[in-house]
Design a protein around this ligand. Structure first.
Ligand SMILES: Nc1ncnc2c1ncn2[C@@H]1O[C@H](COP(=O)(O)OP(=O)(O)O)[C@@H](O)[C@H]1O
Ligand SMILES: Nc1ncnc2c1ncn2[C@H]1C[C@H](O)[C@@H](COP(=O)(O)O)O1
Length: 217
């Protein structure tokens, strides 16, 4: 246990739309807690760029790839006994991305059903304890678009703004209905990853969210 009352074996997951600041916050929190990070690999993903050029052709391949990667990460966190900050949750893969492409018709009904049954089978293994807390980062669409542009991944910059707008809307609805674990909502205008007081305040809120839920369990 540390000064924030966050157990050493906690799993803290950071969620939010593309470009909102998950990886940056994940690294900043893990450093302060002396936790390990579980990061999403973008550079070595063999489908991601292809997917942005042709959603219909590659959406199923990409979802299976992400599912496999997240499963390996879940297994690692489970085997090492926690103490992780995780960049994005598996709940977003299924509840945002796969569903959005299925609803839009860029993933076929059969592919979506195959994906969902595989996801459900994986979640029923012991490797899937819910996170102790999910930090949800939110911000205005214009600020997020600015960040996507500044980060400079060409495949994302070339993607129509309507894609990010649609995703932004889906995220707001999704988090309103999310109940798998305690949620801490953060607005991007309300913290600074380079400011010690700001990071301490977030960690204090994380500790409180975890302990509140432990009392009500
Ligand atoms: N708190 C912040 N303040 C200003 N810029 C930020 C902040 N967090 C992230 N960024 C910048 O926004 C961009 C996207 O951040 P990133 O952490 O990669 O987002 P995500 O992992 O959610 O896609 C990056 O260029 C990053 O440097
Ligand atoms: N499950 C996913 N389906 C489609 N695209 C996805 C999924 N998970 C992540 N992505 C994309 C979105 C971004 O282009 C990169 C990395 O995400 P980020 O939010 O920047 O960490 O992968």
């Amino acid at each position: 246990m540390n000064t924030y009352n966050i157990p050493d074996n906690a799993i803290i997951t950071v969620a939010g739309t593309v470009g909102v600041g998950k990886s940056t916050l994940t690294a900043a929190l893990a450093k302060r807690l002396n936790f390990q990070t579980s990061l999403e690999q973008v550079d070595h993903n063999p489908y991601l760029e292809k997917f942005y050029h042709d959603f219909e052709r590659w959406s199923f391949h990409l979802q299976i790839y992400f599912l496999a990667e997240r499963f390996k990460e879940q297994k690692k966190m489970f085997e090492l006994g926690g103490g992780f900050v995780q960049d994005r949750s598996i709940y977003e893969d299924t509840g945002i991305f796969a569903k959005m492409h299925a609803d839009q018709g860029t993933m076929s009904k059969t592919d979506y059903e195959t994906y969902t049954s595989l996801y459900e089978a994986m979640v029923m293994t012991p490797y899937f304890p819910h996170p102790d807390v999910l930090i949800y980062i939110e911000g205005s669409l214009p600020s997020i678009l600015t960040r996507i542009n500044e980060r400079g991944r060409e495949m994302e910059i070339q993607t129509d703004v309507s894609y990010w707008e649609h995703m932004h809307g889906r995220y707001s609805q999704w988090i309103g209905e999310f109940s798998a674990c305690p949620v801490l909502r953060l607005n991007i205008d309300d913290y600074d990853v380079n400011d010690e007081d700001s990071m301490s305040a977030i960690l204090g809120q994380v500790g409180k969210a975890i302990n509140r839920s432990a009392v009500t369990k």
